[in-house]
Design a protein around this ligand. Structure first.
Ligand code: SF4
Length: 159
């Protein structure tokens, strides 16, 4: 028989919570691996890639990336995405810095503007993209989706 301490109840592990926790660690591991790749590019912090109305490109997030981003938004003290009406990323702060820089999505880590050396080619990071896709499937995701709606949905789910 399993010994029990008086006054304590045994908690059953929650599989969904465990899967989430594992996914968060795996995605951050993928970001770390990406950071170790020897790309000849350097971000100049111009925030050009965060101006979606200028680039015409919005980062597409897998479900695991959305979990990481939403957790970072909550860690920054917010329960919802900041409102923004100028066409820039809602996570771009008014001081020109990213609200979740250390946890920014994969697309933000690979889409360098031309001043910074140009985007990283998909074939250079295809193995890491595949890893993100596997995590997406494990979480029941529907493939990469636009940053704003994906992160907003994840934040709403956590409320
Ligand atoms: S998440 Fe951060 S780095 Fe990515 S587009 Fe938004 S503000 Fe820029």
């Amino acid at each position: 028989m399993t010994p029990r301490l008086a006054g304590t109840a045994l908690r059953r592990p929650d599989p969904a919570r465990e899967a989430k926790r594992e996914a968060l660690a795996q995605v951050r591991g993928i970001y770390a691996k990406l950071g170790q790749r020897p790309f000849q590019r350097a971000c100049t912090s111009s925030t050009g890639c965060c101006q979606f109305h200028v680039t015409g490109r919005v980062p597409q997030l897998t479900q695991g990336e959305a979990l990481v981003a939403a957790q970072a938004v909550r860690a920054a003290g917010r329960k919802a995405l900041p409102e923004r009406s100028d066409g820039a990323c809602p996570l771009l702060r008014t001081d020109g810095r990213c609200l979740i820089y250390n946890d920014r999505p994969f697309g933000c880590r690979t889409h360098f503007c031309s001043a910074a050396g140009g985007p990283v080619g998909r074939t250079e990071v295809l193995d890491l993209i595949r890893e993100l896709e596997v995590i997406d499937q494990q979480l029941g995701g529907a493939g990469p989706r636009a940053l704003e709606s994906t992160v907003a949905a994840e934040l709403a789910r956590a409320r």
